[in-house]
Design a protein around this ligand. Structure first.
Ligand code: 13P
Length: 255
């Protein structure tokens, strides 16, 4: 059966890699996935390596994502990087609202919304992360938490803007722990996200790509991708080696 949506895998390199290391990894990933046709692949290096990696990858097929952006385009905002600057550096996407930023840096849904709208304005595709903590899951609050994050992040977006976003469901308890959500747990939340977006626009919900993230590995991606509403992966640890990331993309895109 043909997939309803083109699979998308993004490697989130987090705070890792010199420029030279990032270039080497990006080059290996590009070479490894060059022959694949029915999949989109992105890598998200640190800010310092974005431009060099984007130049290296400019002939495709791998695109470059940033890991965050600010919500204003320019001005007196020391230390921030704007969406137009990321576009200028060669980025096509930007990861927003990652749980590490929410937990360690106090990022709120309202900020994620402002950043997503700035990214869209600049012509970048936001990859918006949502996910519950273990305490929230244990308390039966998973879907309520996801709903609040989703509604907050997508507030005031037009249907045309909704068509350009990607959502990543990343349960906090599964990130970097080696304990991935089961395919059924992922599917329950992915289906909920699609239904929630469908309440605003059925057409956009049907083509919205929803990635799963949290201890995705080459040997568990097939089972996750077999679920109807899992359209790809946002990959941390397993994206830091070209060998495992390329294997993961091949496995995941052949389901
Ligand atoms: P891991 O794949 O290392 O669990 O990280 C997931 C993640 O946070 C991707 O954004």
């Amino acid at each position: 059966m043909a997939r309803a949506r083109r699979p998308f895998f993004c490697g989130n390199w987090k705070l890792n890699g010199s420029i030279a290391e990032s270039l080497a990894l990006a080059t290996e990933v590009r070479n490894g996935v060059a022959s694949l046709r029915d999949v989109d692949v992105a890598v998200a290096p640190s800010f310092t390596a974005l431009h060099a990696v984007a130049k290296r990858l400019e002939d495709g097929p791998v695109t470059v994502a940033a890991q965050d952006c600010f919500w204003e385009d320019k001005g007196a905002f020391t230390g921030e990087v704007s969406a137009p600057q990321l576009l200028d550096a060669g980025c096509k996407q930007v990861i927003l609202g990652h749980s590490e930023r929410r937990q360690l840096l106090g990022e709120l849904d309202a900020a994620v919304n402002l950043k997503a709208r700035a990214a869209l304005r600049a012509g970048l595709a936001p990859i918006i992360c949502v996910g519950e903590t273990l305490a929230e899951r244990d308390a039966g609050e998973t879907l309520g938490r996801i709903q609040a994050q989703l509604d907050g992040a997508l507030a005031d977006m037009t249907d045309a803007e909704l068509a350009r976003i990607v959502i990543a469901y990343e349960p906090v308890w599964a990130i970097g722990t080696g304990r991935n959500a089961t395919p059924a747990q992922a599917e329950e939340v992915h289906r909920f996200i699609r239904t929630r977006v469908a309440a605003r626009s059925a057409a956009q919900a049907g083509q919205l790509r929803i990635l799963y993230g949290g201890s995705v590995k080459p040997d568990n991606i097939r089972a996750l991708m077999a679920e109807e509403n899992v359209d790809g992966g946002l990959v941390g640890g397993a994206s830091l080696s070209a060998d495992s990331f390329v294997r993961l993309v091949k496995e995941g895109s052949s389901v």
